[in-house]
Design a protein around this ligand. Structure first.
Ligand code: FDA
Length: 315
């Protein structure tokens, strides 16, 4: 299983496979299980459908590691258009942004500038920008940028639990995450807690799944007692059960946090948590640069390959 995971993660970084897959119609059909479509209109329609079922959304314009400033600016334009469209259509949705798509690997000052324009735009509309977390080479700079964005985030309508218009993601597989969560909670910064989707060496991340899971539960407990609105992002029923039990034990308000899941994953569980009264947000990716995202989803659950193949030959 670990071998398959690292194979898919390595494939996710292959430029040749990426070029081939993103340009093939077969690739487009397969990716539609996890990707809402290629156009802004597709992701807005998907968000509308989820909203109609009591589920909020976070919209992700796919792409990472741009090569030029112009590309970073173009990626940001898509997000500005998304923020306007969410507001015009009164969708219950925010946006999720990768800083490498905003030029982080080229120039952190550029990524900061672009992200700061997005957060100001979102703040003016009473909305929110989630900064996704990428591989561990970017953890420090991402957290640093989010702290600076949060410190200058004063404009617009107050958002949930007065915790601003920008938040970040913490990965439970990293050893450092306990210290990071404690600092973010002190700064009242909204966190999305996930397990982590990249291939990391054993000197930075827990190699054993049982240790990642134990750390996830530990971090979840700190977040849910912090008085800030956080996202508990997982499809793992053990993590969800641990959260449900903790909420009951401590009498935590169900509306003081939300569960989050990925588009196309465990839709049954999404619906059942909503019917129990929990908040649920679904992360909806769209756009032509779907390949690395799609391969990380296969890495998480190699059985998805069989699932996709069965559906493909059935249709
Ligand atoms: P785990 O991987 O242990 O899976 C538990 C069970 O969930 C599986 O047995 C299976 O039933 C189901 N499952 C999980 N993944 C599945 C899939 N792809 N297809 C079908 N079933 C699946 N990561 C990151 O590094 N940075 C980030 O910014 C984000 N952002 C993010 C947002 C949101 C809303 C979510 C839900 C996840 C992320 N992630 C992420 C990804 C995250 O780190 C992690 O890789 C996946 O969520 C899978 O971990 P689980 O917690 O689901 O558990």
């Amino acid at each position: 299983m670990a071998f398959l995971r690292s194979t898919f993660i390595s494939l996710s970084k292959s430029p040749a496979m990426r070029r081939f897959s993103e340009s093939s119609s077969l690739g487009g059909r397969l990716s539609s299980r996890f990707v809402a479509g290629m156009e802004i209109e597709d992701v807005l329609r998907a968000a509308e459908e989820l909203n109609a079922n009591g589920i909020s959304a976070t919209l992700d314009s796919l792409g990472e590691s741009v090569g030029t400033q112009a590309e970073a600016r173009r990626s940001a334009d898509t997000y500005h258009r998304l923020l306007d469209a969410i507001s015009e259509r009164k969708l219950n949705a925010n946006v999720s942004v990768k800083l490498t798509q905003m030029g982080l690997a080229l120039d952190p000052a550029l990524a900061y500038q672009i992200a700061s324009e997005l957060v100001s735009h979102a703040a003016g509309l009473g909305n929110f920008v989630r900064i996704d977390m990428e591989d561990s080479s970017f953890t420090d700079v991402t957290l640093d940028i989010v702290r600076r964005l949060r410190a200058s985030d004063t404009g617009g309508l107050a958002s949930r639990a007065d915790a601003g218009h920008v938040g970040v993601v913490i990965q439970a597989y990293l050893y450092r995450s306990l210290a990071d969560v404690e600092a973010l909670v002190r700064d009242r910064i909204r966190v999305r807690l996930c397990k982590g989707a990249y291939q990391e060496p054993p000197d930075v991340a827990f190699p054993a799944k049982s240790d990642v899971d134990a750390n996830y539960v530990k971090l979840m407990k700190i977040l849910l007692q912090s008085g800030v609105y956080h996202g508990i992002a997982t499809h793992d029923e053990k993590m969800i059960d641990a959260t449900r039990s903790f909420v009951q034990e401590k009498g935590i308000d169900l509306k003081s946090f939300e569960f989050q899941m990925l588009y196309g994953v465990r839709r049954d569980l999404q619906r059942s948590l909503v019917s129990e009264g929990f908040g649920m947000r679904v992360y909806i990716p769209f756009g032509p640069e779907w390949y690395p995202y799609f391969m990380r989803r296969l890495a998480e659950r190699p059985a998805n390959v069989l699932f996709l193949a069965r559906n493909f030959f059935r249709s």
